[in-house]
Design a protein around this ligand. Sequence first.
Ligand SMILES: [Fe+2]
Length: 260
Amino acid sequence: MLAPMGRIAILSDVHGNAEAFKAVLEDIKQRGINTIINIGDLIGYGPEPEQCIDLAMEFCDVSLFGNHEYAVLNGAQGFNPVAEAAVNFVRKRLKPPDTTNEDMLRRWSFLESLLPSLHAHAGFSAMHGSPRHFIMEYVLPSDPEGDPLKIDSIFDAMLRPIAFVGHTHFPGVIEESGTRFLTMESLEGRYKLSPKRNAIINVGSVGQPRDRDIRACYAEFDGEGVYFRRVEYDVDTTVRKIYELDGLHESLGHRLLEGC
Ligand SMILES: [Fe+2]
């Protein structure tokens, strides 16, 4: 059993989708959850990076680096062409051209302040990628079956019983010594912690779900278990905004309509 704590919302991969982010923040508020941890990729792909940064600065207690923040600050490396163009789009929009625009400077300073890529608590840790490589490594749903040595190595790297991750945009759980990825559906939206088994919990994506469910996703953690929360939002508005922008590939809108 973990140390007592309040209820926490852990969210990831907002990806510039302000409509989804606002709906999730409202859901969190309605549930009376006071602490919000954002584990990265607030920007990239979506049409409204500025608004998402502003919302994170106002409402998230912790914000961590994702690979998209890293790429916007340092240049895209190893991205596919659509993702690289999206990084360049955000970089152009956010990078301060001069020092007179205070809003732009404030947002850029926020990005630079995200350098911590790990949030550690008595009972859990949280990072964008994996407990082994906090920002870049994917812990894939296929790994327990396809690459069990990788999963063993990742669990060996864990210093706390629970690790919350994002990055794949696919919510679910991998238990230590488990042979398969436990999807959100198979868990019926709720995972109860086992005192005997460490676990990696993927909180899914707020702004670009890839598990064929187009609703925004986040996780609520109460110290004993995790609830995967799905929130409907105005997908059509986000898609329209993507289509209207020159710098974003239209496939980034299509995938929001398909959830993959
Ligand atoms: Fe992402």
